[in-house]
Design a protein around this ligand. Structure first.
Ligand SMILES: C[S@@+](CC[C@H](N)C(=O)[O-])C[C@H]1O[C@@H](n2cnc3c(N)ncnc32)[C@H](O)[C@@H]1O
Length: 242
């Protein structure tokens, strides 16, 4: 199900940044907390040499034919293409896909992670950079989607995903949000958010932050297991599932 024009806040943000207009990423959480980042849009266009070390290290584990989930402006797909790998890049946002194509991503498709099926062809590595593990949304949705991703994978399938550990904070606003979630029977790091840019607003969606221990429990029974993590700063880490 594609986003309507007025819902494509992420894509509009990326298009503005691509065409040299001012772009600030604004994320609204359902408790009213607003997060703004003037740095984020530029990061989505950064060349490989400017990526954080843990992301560069993660690329060494990306093998074979690749599915880039939530490709954004296509920086990961472009890097992998340049080193000779075949990449299918997908994003829910039509404008993100347009920006990716204009930047040279050969196979960029408007497709939600929830709609991935065998039409993407056999995949060796599923890449989820830019903290895109969050798209799994909730424990239940993560289990469902992980089983689905299992069915499109080759015999040597692997997921290389950047994840945020929600507990690496002492910000009282975040700690009380965790508590609010616990009281509602949600995982502490299960955010309900929407993205805003100019006149565009995405629908509300769940975005999941998990610790390595929570991740290990989450993947149980899905056919995937946590093989290793690459730690970074600020709670970010890369998880490798096989
Ligand atoms: C934080 S950006 C990450 C961009 C890119 N992976 C990177 O590292 O530069 C997240 C992207 O996920 C996309 N997205 C959001 N919901 C999605 C969904 N259900 N399926 C696929 N992509 C989605 C957004 O449109 C956005 O482009």
């Amino acid at each position: 199900m594609a986003l309507l024009d007025e819902q494509d806040a992420y894509g509009r943000l990326l298009l503005d940044a691509f065409e040299g207009r001012r772009a600030v990423e604004v994320v609204e959480r359902d408790d009213g907390f607003l997060m703004g980042s003037a740095a984020a849009p530029a990061n989505y266009f950064a060349p490989f040499r400017a990526w954080p070390a843990h992301q560069r290290q993660a690329m060494r584990l990306v093998r074979g034919r690749v599915l880039d989930v939530g490709c954004g402006a296509g920086r990961v797909a472009l890097h992998l293409q340049q080193r000779g790998q075949e990449v299918v890049a997908i994003d829910l946002s039509p404008l993100a896909v347009e920006v990716s194509r204009r930047r040279g991503v050969r196979d960029a498709r408007v497709l939600s992670i929830a709609e991935v099926d065998k039409r993407v062809g056999p995949i060796d590595t599923i890449v989820m950079m830019g903290n895109t593990f969050g798209l799994f949304g909730s424990a239940g949705r993560a289990k469902r989607l992980l089983r689905r991703l299992n069915s499109i994978g080759s015999d040597r399938r692997r997921i290389v995903a950047e994840v945020l550990d929600p507990y690496a904070t002492d910000d009282p606003d975040h700690l009380s949000y965790h508590e609010r979630n616990r009281q509602r029977g949600r995982m502490p790091g299960q955010l309900r958010i929407r993205i805003r840019h100019r006149h565009c607003t995405t629908p509300w969606f769940d975005y999941l932050f998990v610790s390595p221990a929570e991740l290990e429990a989450l993947v149980e029974g899905t056919g995937w297991s946590l093989k290793r993590t690459i730690p970074s700063s600020g709670g970010l880490y890369v998880a490798v599932l096989e």
